[in-house]
Design a protein around this ligand. Sequence first.
Ligand code: S3P
Length: 447
Amino acid sequence: MTTSLTSSHVHHFSGTLHVPGDKSISHRALMLGTLAVGETIITGLLESADVFRTVTAMRALGAHVKRVAPTCWRLYGRGIGGLAEPVDVLDMGNAGTGVRLLMGLLATHPVTCVLTGDASLRTRPMKRVIEPLHRIGALFLARANGSLPLAMSGTPSPIPIVHMLEVASAQVKSAVLLAGLNIPGTTTIIEKQLTRDHTERMLQGFGATLVVTENPARERTITLTGQPEISGRVIVVPADPSSAAFLTVAAILVPGATVTLVGVCTNPLRSGLYDTLLEMGAQVEKRNARVSSESSDEPVADLVVRHGPLMGIHVPATRVPSMIDEYPVLAIAAACANGTTKLHGLMELRVKESDRLTAVARGLSACGSRVDVQGDTLIIHGDGRPPLGGARVNADFDHRIAMAFLVLGMVTQEPVTVEGAESAIATSFPNFVPLMNGAGACISGES
Ligand code: S3P
């Protein structure tokens, strides 16, 4: 298997392109399908390493999960309260969403499990999930810092809680909501900064009673009534805006490029990158905006992206939750923009699949950009031209770092090589290279 990928300068990039299914929605569809009674059909499921870990975990909990056609999966759920105890350790690989949501699911089922992951996942913070789930009554045997591997036992007599989200994290919110499904009474979550609401939308689509209110300060209170009967359904997973982000930035940067990205999820709590690129002067147009009751109750549109110049801007910390996974590729855009871009409030980037703040700053500097990190602010000085390139960047188990620097290599004078790219990219966007190359990119592997 090739592990390094090299991206070289291209002269065109265009096409009508289908990005694979959304990773966040794919994990949730499998988990809620497992808790539903009867058959759930998922089409457009992201078939990537992270999602396959969730498929394996759901099978270990007793769900029947079968691939019936490319991206189309049929699942027979166990019903809320009906999960089986897994016979072996659940290894969630690189999947932070997978493991944190799984902990929520397990917390209110009387099963004991050992959870682990790859070298990256084993360094990521889990206390943020352990703490509320422990208050519900789940027991954890974990290291002092809470990192994986850990053992947990779900509680047979869970307690409903009110949880104020300390970190703006949809994973923590979703873990508590999934736990709340098997708690008698109501589980309440308060979020001061809004995070992606795919779990709330899908829960409502499955027929759970969930009430969301927002006060004038835009704080949200989410109240879930426990132990509903949820029945299987059809879910169509829209294209992943976080994967579409790489093609979007490539199209903006390559002279003469135009791409149409079909059926991308335009959930406003995921659209921070698109808002930011528009502020930087990019040409991104939404066409055929639609909401399908079958598409996970998410808004969807086709995105038409054209090449054009970008200006450096200041991006406030309030933008972080809606753009959390897109900072690496935004930084690539900023390195090619005219003027200084300041990205504020990036502390959560340090605890993603890698320390993305350091990885982006180091990689861009190696490519010849002028970059400063001041606390949690990333400052990128651009002069309207791409940096020279010619660097080797380490993916460090991080798909988004790998893909971001391969996009940069499309416009630098010298090629950019990303070590460990192939296996990292397989976690979220397995057909990234053929899709990009089909549209004009020149990305090749080293054996
Ligand atoms: C996700 C939430 C975000 C995001 C991750 C997917 C989700 O993480 O970075 O890739 O599916 O809920 P946090 O909740 O930790 O911010």
